[in-house]
Design a protein around this ligand. Structure first.
Ligand code: HEC
Ligand code: HEC
Length: 371
């Protein structure tokens, strides 16, 4: 069902948080002003009226991922407010149904979401599927339970990670890093550079002959741009970008969370992992998967909240090499539902001079001249 996105679309999707063909949403509607409700900002909001305006696009991304469709399934191009398509009207009543289910059965906690039923498809399956493989229910065996190794303390895993990358002293000596390599989306590839500077500044560029796109964090706020368009990140995106910009992240992980838990993690490219779940008051969790052997971070999963459910973002780290005395991933894969890209770094330099000014957002472009 899902259409393959072009490289340009993938960049636009990442940079402007809209899917392709519909990049116009931000052209028609400038970035929502802080403090406005959805009903004040958009033309035809009936259910999500009172949510902050900047939560509408994340809600739309959540719906699209839950149903496995593009925006066009419900919207006509260039006119998101129109109710011309039947699925849009159904979606509205589904939102109300979902809210009622949670209100009446789960004390208003958002337990059931679009994804609970849809699981990435338009038509939920209501009959149990007959699997080709025969699956026997596991017999509970007391002895097996007892044999399970005790889970390591989460703090011990974070310490092991810090030691594995080279330790706090070595990390704190890194003031800047410049990484050059390539980014690939499916079978398309483009040059990719990352400039990082302590504390918390980062700028990455995707270079194409027709356009450069930039994702950056200036120490306080994140922003993204393609030629002629700059978009500030919302608070949640900025928080994620701050993590990415932290050159000494392994020294800060423990203090970032109010509570830490260990769980067994899934195997990642053949490596057994421990999962550390970091919890913070009133915010979605962050999941960190550490290699049981090396102690290195192999996967990070974080979420941005939307009025209808959580949008996940997963970053897998691999190809750890030495860079300025620190073990650093030279390859990472960033995935969201229906969209993923891979970065391969070829060269990495540390402690070279970088001006602070490169991290600042450019001024917004002048409005287009009416002909
Ligand atoms: C399954 C159907 C569905 C999909 C897929 C979907 N939307 Fe929506 N969209 C809706 C519904 C329903 C509303 C109205 C919500 C309400 O009334 O509270 C809406 C409203 C909007 C609005 C507000 C329009 C206005 O001015 O009133 C925008 C903008 C929008 N969607 C963008 C998107 C984008 C971008 C995507 C793809 C990432 C998308 N939508 C995917 C169903 C959908
Ligand atoms: C409790 C289960 C459940 C939840 C939760 C749920 N749906 Fe559905 N949805 C269904 C079922 C079942 C159908 C199919 C009905 C049919 O076949 O006529 C459906 C159909 C739809 C359709 C029509 C499919 C098409 O062919 O275009 C849309 C659109 C839709 N749902 C959107 C949503 C959205 C958006 C949410 C979350 C706000 C949601 N649904 C939550 C059960 C659910």
């Amino acid at each position: 069902m899902q259409k393959k996105r072009s490289l340009l679309c993938s960049i636009l999707f990442a940079a402007l948080a809209v899917s392709c063909g519909l990049a116009a949403v931000h052209a028609q509607n400038p970035p929502p002003a802080v403090g406005k409700t959805a009903a004040q900002e958009f033309k035809n909001i009936q259910v999500l009226k009172d949510v902050p305006a900047d939560r509408i696009i994340p809600a739309m991304q959540f719906i699209s991922a839950s149903l496995g469709v593009e925006c066009e399934h419900c919207h006509v191009e260039h006119a998101f407010d129109k109710d011309d398509k039947k699925p849009k009207k159904i979606a509205r009543s589904m939102m109300e149904m979902m809210m009622n289910i949670n209100k009446e059965n789960f004390e208003g906690h958002r337990e059931v979401t679009c994804y609970s039923c849809h699981r990435g498809a338009l038509n939920p399956v209501s009959v149990p599927i007959i699997s080709a493989e025969e699956k026997m229910p596991e017999m509970p065996m007391a002895s097996k339970e007892d044999e399970k190794p005790a889970l390591p303390r989460p703090e011990a895993l974070l310490e092991k990670y810090l030691a594995a990358v080279g330790g706090a002293d070595a990390l704190n000596k890194i003031t800047t890093r410049v990484q050059k390599g390539s980014i690939s989306f499916g079978d398309q590839k483009a040059p990719f550079n990352v400039y990082s500077k302590a504390p918390y500044m980062r700028l990455s560029t995707v270079h194409r002959k027709d356009m450069d796109s930039v994702t950056a964090y200036d120490g306080k706020n994140g922003w993204m741009s393609v030629p002629g368009r700059v978009r500030p990140m919302n608070a949640q995106e900025s928080e994620g970008a701050r993590m990415d910009a932290d050159l000494a992240l392994p020294t800060h992980l423990e203090s970032m969370f109010s509570k830490l838990e260990t769980k067994e993690g899934e195997a990642i490219e053949g490596h057994e992992t421990w999962q550390v779940i970091g919890l913070r008051e009133g915010k979605p969790p962050v999941r960190l998967f550490f290699d049981q052997q090396s102690g290195l971070l192999l996967r990070l999963v974080r979420y941005t909240d939307s009025p209808l459910g959580l949008n996940p973002l997963q970053i897998d780290f691999a190809d750890y090499r030495d860079s300025g005395g620190i073990r650093t991933p030279f390859r990472w894969t960033q995935s969201r539902p229906g969209n993923h890209f891979r970065v391969q770094i070829e060269s990495s330099q540390t402690n070279v001079h970088i001006e602070d000014s490169i991290f600042a957002a450019p001024p917004p472009p002048p409005p287009p001249v009416q002909k």
